[in-house]
Design a protein around this ligand. Sequence first.
Ligand SMILES: [Zn+2]
Length: 118
Amino acid sequence: MKCIASGHPSVWIDSPDEVPKYPTCDSIMRPAVVWFGEDLSLAHMKMFNTVLKNCDVFLSIGTSGLVEPASIFMEIAKLSGAMTIVINPDEHVKGEADFYLFESASSGLSKLDRLIAE
Ligand SMILES: [Zn+2]
């Protein structure tokens, strides 16, 4: 979680009795995730770019591949030499991957685990 005012990080608070507030700044807390429609920070984009350009395998799981900027992550990884794998029950998912598993996330990851073990 993080505070809304300045992003002070905090551990997850399960089922709070009231709206959780950060102890020192008194700002209300929210999950430390990027909601649909929110922008990623420049710092996060730089970090993703570094990670994507240095990964060996890129897994795209359960995403349509339509929403920017996540939709370009697989392309960056692929252009940087990573093996790309899409796990999605929708066979019309966007993007050019090396391998596709047209299954749900749970069954696709289980199948990938078995394939790796063979
Ligand atoms: Zn704060």
